[in-house]
Design a binder for this molecule. Structure first.
Ligand SMILES: Cc1cc2nc3c(=O)[nH]c(=O)nc-3n(C[C@H](O)[C@H](O)[C@H](O)COP(=O)(O)OP(=O)(O)OC[C@H]3O[C@@H](n4cnc5c(N)ncnc54)[C@H](O)[C@@H]3O)c2cc1C
Length: 336
């Protein structure tokens, strides 16, 4: 596509798209009145297609694997550290162990590597754990600090608060959980509450656990911060941190890692994940030839950002579309 490309939205997805287009020599205008303040600000930053796998979402796993392969070079180019070492799964009681076994079977059936761990092996992998019955290691998962990624992209890409007067040749919509009409109905808002703690003794790897039936994850950052997440609830209102949400996360996290009792509570934040009807993102054309979507990344926007950037740029340059994420699957002919 020749001419100016306007990217609406400067979250991790819009910025990654703009960066890729600029790298390929396109003229780009990014528009966002509040860059980097959407879901990307709240995200834990797990690059964990296996750890985040849900029943029925095997196609997300395939996309996640493709994007995971891009992440090491992507993070290196942006100068952002990538943390490897995998995800440790842990179960606290017998019911939790059943839930963990189900997750292990799902991940294994999808062809991912899983190392099952007995109680002793789990504790030797992570001695900070409290009472646990067993677990598993998903060795290929990574994590990254999404705020550092967004900051690195914002340092390269100017963002305007409002569109300029020059008409663009094409527009890429990457506005997260609030798409403009006529696309708004394609995205459902799924609130996620998440906490940031600071501790002198963080766990060494990402932990994902079942604690008396509640799921919790703990993601360590190189800075000593740990992220504890996350709630998940569809709702029509403004995303706010609730007492129940914060309490549930803290209660599960401190049962899992009793040392967190002495951690400093740094931040509680809630944002809407941009979910879709089939939980797959919307990347590619609409029925309007001037409008491309890069949206609906739900729980995987950080993971999928580098792949999305390539898919959008390939579409704009060569008309390529990946059928699994083609937005037209959810659009009717009446929608433009
Ligand atoms: C608690 C929580 C934890 C998460 N953890 C992970 C994780 O571990 N790994 C992972 O991969 N994903 C995770 N996610 C999901 C991830 O955060 C999202 O999928 C991702 O941030 C979506 O990025 P985005 O750029 O599409 O949207 P956003 O980050 O929401 O950005 C959208 C931007 O669009 C702007 N905007 C809105 N309307 C307009 C408009 N009309 N014009 C111009 N700009 C506009 C907003 O100001 C905002 O800056 C998590 C999400 C939550 C809430």
């Amino acid at each position: 596509m020749a001419g100016l490309i306007r990217v609406l939205g400067a979250g991790i997805v819009g910025l990654a798209v703009a960066d890729e287009l600029l790298r390929r020599g396109h003229e780009v205008e990014v528009v966002d009145p509040a860059p980097g303040t959407g879901a990307s600000r709240a995200a834990a930053g797990m690059l964990a297609p296996a750890g985040e796998l849900w029943h029925g979402e095997e196609r997300v796993l395939t996309l996640g694997r493709r994007s995971t392969e891009l992440w090491p070079a992507y993070a290196a180019r942006l100068g952002v550290p990538l943390r490897s070492g995998g995800t440790l799964l842990a179960a606290v009681d017998h019911g939790d162990l059943q839930l963990l076994d189900r997750q292990v079977a799902l991940v294994r059936a999808a062809g991912e590597r899983v190392v099952e761990l007995g109680r002793r092996e789990l504790l030797s992998e992570e001695p900070r754990l409290g009472r646990v019955l067993g677990g598993a290691l998903l060795p290929v998962d990574h994590s990254v600090d999404p705020r550092a990624v967004v900051a690195a992209l914002l340092a390269r890409i100017p963002v305007c608060a409002a569109p300029g007067s020059r008409p663009p040749a094409g527009t890429v919509i990457a506005t997260g959980a609030t798409l403009p009409p006529p696309y708004a109905r394609l995205v459902r808002r799924v609130r996620g509450e998440i906490l940031r703690l600071r501790t002198a003794d963080p766990p060494q790897r990402t932990l994902r656990a079942w604690v008396h039936g509640q799921q919790v994850y703990v993601v360590p950052r190189a800075s000593g911060e740990v992220v504890v997440g996350a709630t998940q609830e569809e709702h029509p209102g403004r995303p706010v941190v609730t007492v129940e949400g914060a309490w549930r996360l803290l209660d599960s996290a401190r049962r899992l890692l009793p040392g967190l009792d002495r951690a400093e509570l740094v931040e509680a934040i809630a944002r809407d994940r941009p979910g879709t009807l089939d939980n797959l993102p919307l990347i590619g054309p609409t029925h309007d030839p001037a409008v491309t979507l890069a949206a609906g990344h739900f729980r995987h926007g950080v993971l999928l950002a580098p792949l999305t950037a390539q898919l959008v740029a390939d579409h704009l340059e060569h008309g390529h579309v990946d059928p699994a994420v083609d937005p037209r699957r959810l659009l009717t002919q009446g929608d433009t």
